[in-house]
Design a protein around this ligand. Sequence first.
Ligand code: HEC
Length: 127
Amino acid sequence: MKYIFLQCLVAMILNVTCSTSVLADAKDDAARHLASKSGCFVCHAIEPGAPGLDGKLPVGPAWKAVAARYKGDASAARKLTTAVMGGTSPYIRHWKDETSGNAMPPNSVTLSEADAAKLVTWILGLR
Ligand code: HEC
């Protein structure tokens, strides 16, 4: 939060617009690295429109689509951190018709809860 504030402050001093893109940078190397080493990119892309394994639907939803869907949902960070850690249910598919994966497996094997929360915060800020 402090970092975002500082970025905005710098933007104001330089007299450039502090756009929402400052909130989460898709190129954020630390976040990308964490996602990459945690295996997220096997199933997810950041940008929508990337084809999946069958050349059609992607396995998991694009993260910019996730950010758009949960925009304004105050409980999203908590819900999605739980989903990332514990996985999702194939019986309650949130991304039915948009993804080929039936469910996300638990990521708690490769990820601490703090890192899951960090990734989710980054994902939700993507525009
Ligand atoms: C084996 C494939 C796979 C991997 C690996 C994977 N995911 Fe997913 N993810 C999915 C699928 C499939 C869904 C859609 C689930 C649904 O439709 O309910 C999903 C959904 C999500 C969602 C949205 C959940 C919702 O309820 O809307 C987030 C956020 C997410 N994944 C983040 C991550 C992160 C972060 C990682 C890495 C730590 C990760 N995923 C790794 C397959 C995967």
